[in-house]
Write a new protein. Structure first.
Length: 368
């Protein structure tokens, strides 16, 4: 038996060593095509140059996919949710809650702020930026992509061009002037997972220029640069560490965590509505902002409330109703006692007053 067992083990081992995976046994289509005369003819320099140009796009897509695999982020927002509310917020980076996105103003070693990071990703072609239109709405179509040289010339940002490649020195990146962001925020209820979430879907850095330091009343003019789709940069933001506290100097958070956990603070300046209106700029704006915030809060709280006609709600209300009935009975009994005592006291007063007073004198008409 031992010999038979050893023979079987050796036989299986030989089969395992001699066998090849299916991918090695099959010939790939590229290898077949390379062996054909047409493929040999296409190996000319012109064909090679065309092939390299056509291979650039898949390489960029592979790079983005690799970043998403190495640094996974939260799932995208589904399009067929049952409820969603889109609002636009304005983030002031000079506030303490938003300061992690602004500091350090200039790159310091491996540390850099959000705009410098996004600006470099855009210049190197790893992400796409889209034009900021006059109505303030974002459009992520191919026709609305922002051109690098056109945008740099429009906002007077110095750049150097060599061999068709545009570069901007670190000292000329206007990271200190970007003290404001516009973000698009979507609050939605996902019926599949029965969860209520608030998610950032787009970012827009804003240049603040024209401030007069001699005259503090003269405010800077905002210049929105471009829109960036958050899903395009989420994998890269998960690689940007942030220091989120002055008390704890450890970079224990990434930029993606910062936006996913909604650590930012911003005022609402616009909502998605049928008329396309923005919030008024007068004194009623604060009241309108509070009203919208309360609407979102009320919707989130009312999702988890049980309906009034459910058995659980009726059973929960029964003890409270019994207690109310008992208290009503007690109050009615005490009131009846009080009314009886007050009536008895009043009757005593009437009897005492009738005994002490003089008798009535009645005059009858005499008969004739």
């Amino acid at each position: 038996m031992q010999r038979i067992f050893l023979i079987l083990i050796c036989f299986n081992f030989c089969i395992f060593c001699s066998a090849q995976p299916a991918k090695r046994r099959t010939v790939t289509p590229a290898a077949k095509a390379s062996s054909t005369p047409a493929a040999k003819a296409s190996s000319t320099p012109a064909a090679k140059s065309g092939g390299t140009a056509a291979a650039k796009k898949p390489a960029a897509e592979k790079k983005a996919d690799r970043a998403a695999l190495m640094f996974p982020t939260s799932a995208e927002m589904p399009e067929d949710v049952v409820w969603r509310r889109d609002i636009y917020r304005q983030l002031d980076l000079l506030k303490d809650a938003n300061a992690p996105l602004y500091y350090p103003v200039e790159p310091h070693g491996k540390e850099q702020n959000l705009f410098t990071y996004i600006f470099r990703l855009w210049l190197t072609g790893r992400i796409s930026a889209y034009q900021y239109k006059l109505d303030g709405n974002e459009s992520f179509e191919a026709k609305d992509k922002a051109e690098v040289k056109e945008l740099l010339d429009r906002y007077s940002i110095y750049y150097e061009e060599k061999d068709g490649k545009v570069t901007v020195p670190e000292s000329d990146i206007p990271s200190a002037e970007v003290t404001r962001y516009y973000i698009k925020e979507s609050s939605y209820f996902d019926q599949r997972s029965a969860t209520y979430k608030t998610r950032v879907t787009a970012l827009c850095p804003v240049l603040m220029r024209g401030a007069n330091f001699d005259n503090p009343e003269e405010q800077a003019t905002p210049y929105p640069l471009f829109w960036v789709k958050y899903d395009d940069i989420a994998a890269y933001l998960s690689r940007l560490p942030l220091m989120a506290s002055n008390l704890n100097n450890v970079t224990n958070m990434t930029a993606d965590d910062y936006f996913t956990l909604n650590h930012y603070e911003g005022q609402i300046y616009k909502t998605n509505n049928l008329q396309g209106r923005v919030l008024p700029a007068d004194s009623t704006r604060v009241r309108e902002q509070k009203r919208i915030e309360q609407q979102l809060k009320d919707f989130e709280e009312n999702i988890w409330h049980a309906p009034k006609d459910s058995l659980d709600s009726i059973a929960a209300q029964q003890p409270a109703d019994d207690g109310k009935r008992k208290s009503k009975k007690k109050s009615s009994s005490t009131e009846s006692r009080r009314s009886k005592s007050s009536a008895a006291a009043a009757s005593k007063r009437d009897s005492g007053s009738s005994g002490s007073s003089s008798p009535r004198v009645s005059a009858r008409r005499q008969r004739r």
